[in-house]
Design a protein around this ligand. Sequence first.
Ligand SMILES: Cc1ncc(COP(=O)(O)O)c(C=O)c1O
Length: 393
Amino acid sequence: MSLAALDQNYVMHTYARRNLEFIKGQGAILTERSGREYIDFTSGIGVVSVGHGHPALSEAIATQASTLIHTSNLYLIEPQAQLARELVHLSGLDARCFFANSGAEANEGAIKIARRYGEEGGLPKRYKVITLAHSFHGRTITALKATGQTQMHNYFGPYPDGFVYAENIDAIEGLIDDHTVAVMVELVQGEGGVTPLDREAVQKLAAVLRRRDILLIVDEVQTGIYRTGELLASGLYGITPDIVTLAKGLAGGVPIGAILTTHKSILSPGDHGSTFGGNFLSSKAAMTVLAILKEYHESGALAEAITYFKDKSEAFARRFDTLFEGETGLGLMRALIARDETIQQAVIDAAHEAGLLILKSGRRRVRMLPPVTISRAEIDEGFKRLESACLSL
Ligand SMILES: Cc1ncc(COP(=O)(O)O)c(C=O)c1O
């Protein structure tokens, strides 16, 4: 049976998959079964932060796998404790960490922490979480309900109560009531259009929330781990969230999720847990990714790559202004704004034909999430292929 037939017959049909089978990768290049090479402007939807086949990461994973993969969170785990210290130090937050396995799970934990905080403050019990329209926070029942794309709530109910959606950041304050315990936002919405929130509006909101004792949860599942130029986009925005969630790029492709919270003693043994979260393998991978990216950031190479990519992307949108009305994004999280939905789909399909992997975001955006360590040559080649794709339309 062909791979496509196996997939069709035995795997649930939850993804609109392309019939492409990648068999190996190096940096931002993926090789398909046919031998054809593709430039990867998706990095596995923001996961392969240090590129495919990074030698130091492969070596660290192999060595850890042959030493110890998992014991459980009932015992001390050295790489987990070191990873927690590194995240706390690099983020500058006076925080502690909890480790999970995905972004949705990290957000679930963040919401539990917020609800616990609301229970500690006496009556009335505070439990409501305000999130933004078009946001995306994950696929578990609670993370889905936190997601402000209400068309995604058509099935699977009843959902947990207590989620309120603000049309935009300026509308949040007006939605606060006696039951509000937290606000959860992405500083740049990944699935919702790649538009960075306004820095001043975010700082103003953070000050209002602090004054009113409402927690600020920043979902950095997609923006975190140097994607926007700093470890956390919160750092770029100059805010100190109460809770930050991470996943995707943290361990370069090994599943991990993390919560950092400044409310260091909010949970007690038994309140929350995970079988796999932060085991030896994923923690060691994450430590290695952080070491690679920290060096890449400190050397100035990341800032250079961002400027180079951004300039290319902006120039591209200007050159193809019949297709795109502009360009948006932060750091290496960018999008070309297509003039309509048909153009968005046509550009993505033509890019695949031309050997470039690229993503959708929102209804009109063509999203680019390359590996954080993408080289100039790979950026050049990616835009060259995008150019031939757009010329073919
Ligand atoms: C901002 C944000 N939060 C949460 C998630 C969910 O992460 P996961 O798919 O690892 O559960 C995603 C995934 O795209 C995301 O972009």
